[in-house]
Design a protein around this ligand. Sequence first.
Ligand code: BDP
Length: 640
Amino acid sequence: MTAIIIAGCSRSTGNDLLWLSDEEPDVKAEVVVDPDLDLINDGFIIQGGPRDRVIKAKTETGILYGRYALQRLEAIGKADCDLDIREEPSYERRILNHWDNLDNTVERGYAGWSIWHWGEPVPVELIKDYARLNASIGINGTVLNNVNATPEILSQEKLTRVAEIADILRPYGIKVYLSVNFSSPAVLGGLETSDPLITEVREWWSAKVADIYRLIPDFGGFLVKANSEGLPGPQDYGRTHSDGANMLADALAPYNGIVMWRAFVYSPKSPDRANQASEEFQPLDGEFRDNVLVQIKNGPVDFQPREPFSPLFGQMPHTQLMAEFQITQEYLGFSNHLVYLHPLFKECLDSDTYCEGPGSTIADITTGKTYPSVYKTTAIAGVANIGRDKNWCGHDFAQSSWYAFGRMAWNVNLSSEEIAREWLQQTFTSEQEFTDPVLDMMLTSREAAVDYMMPLGFHHIFAWTHHYGPEPWCEVPGARADWLPKYYHKADAEGVGFDRTRDGSCNVDHYHEPLASMYNSIDTCPEELLLWFHHVPWDYKMASGRTLWDEICLHYDRGIKTVQGYQKVWEEVRPYVDEVRWEAIRAKLAIQESDARWWRDACVQYFGEFSGMPIPDDVQRPERPLEELKKIKLDMKHHN
Ligand code: BDP
């Protein structure tokens, strides 16, 4: 079996980096497969010293994970001693969600076209590389296509291709899942309806599922985005999300397949978009079959640089829940900005929902610890940042978030620092003169992005089509209000921010105490979420003693300075990095720094028109006039 580490991952074809060969695994260990071991299926044990090392597992896949783990230890210099390691994964299903379309574009993809090469010959070697990279970090599932799914994915022709991909992934322990369109029975099957309670519709799905399992006996199941952003769903027929999910679950149950039903929905009825998923889903708690998981984005709105956790995690004690994170940087500078995302992921998983009193974190709920009798399976999903670019992710450092997602899915307790350090060591070098400063860069990068984009609880003030740069002024006649920046920032002469308190949208009461009261009071609300929960006067005194307005300016300024610091670090570590990657990353950091100034120029000047207050003396002045910035138009819909 191959021993490959994800780090240094360039393509095996024409690569200039460190792929280890298939034929010569350099991990030396005796291997014992023992089905009677007292271990969770994918788990493994590594024992002994460098000369008498043993890897034990219940399954071949467990052995595979053990080998990768050992190789990782070797690569980071921690294998030259006696080992006694026992590892079991935190989640049973560790899944990437590709938002790949059948025309090979990738929704919110910034690393080139789809690696599945739909409609072209199957790129066997490429998919094998992909499989090894994922297996090396414990990922064991992949949804091949966009949640905005077309019925065509279930056509015979596409299923045949899906089966070919599944055959390549299987030896690496990776199962294939598909996103499905709820109208498939009508659109693809020619039925009059896709109503989930009509017998013909149920039979259509059962027959389709039987076809799939004939081709792919270990098929994982379906991911569904329904009644969201214009997609069809059970509500079109007066049915509920659970009616829809359960119909698919019944079709999949005979084969042990699952349904991941997304909670990313929002009805126009509720005045606060942050309330909408809870309002639709909480009443359905306990109504879902036991092979359904409700897949919830980390925040209640949409993958913003910082959101509080989605309160839905604490509201459905009788339903299996899973978290969805976005690895692709739709709202964090695409593949142009160096933003290591593990701190964002971990902030969510470590959040205490208090649903069963103190200590009911999202990690505990979704790994099944809080409600063990409810969870027959556990899962976690990350929206992939992978494309055909030679370095897979567009930015060399964007690989670290893919890596971190896998490592976190395997072990929720690993720290951001541990993961970043091992990634750096495997990807570049273990020289401390390199790893220390670059580690610091990675660990501060998410907060830097929050600072220069949306500090203090600002959210969704992006340009509305591509989500790249700032457009807090944006107005689009006829567009839904809750897609537009002004809906979120609500700046006026008095202040700025969305009032989600008990005097506003009451979103705070979607959280359990003590969070509800803590968020509700401006005095106790954490400053990093202040403008998320409160409409705050411009001259409000912050903990620092400065006004809100001054703090806003300072955060933008600090974000820029942090990125300028990264540029200096990168100059200094030049001797430790090959020229090609060094230059590519240098060029990206230059874009990031210039984008950070763009954000500052836009936001400080635009919000300054409302605050009417001067920019503090210790903050750099904006460079480009607002009128010029308002004219910037980017066409980045598909960044391929
Ligand atoms: C939004 C994206 C959109 C996705 C949607 C989703 O802008 O492209 O389709 O999320 O998650 O953030 O369904």
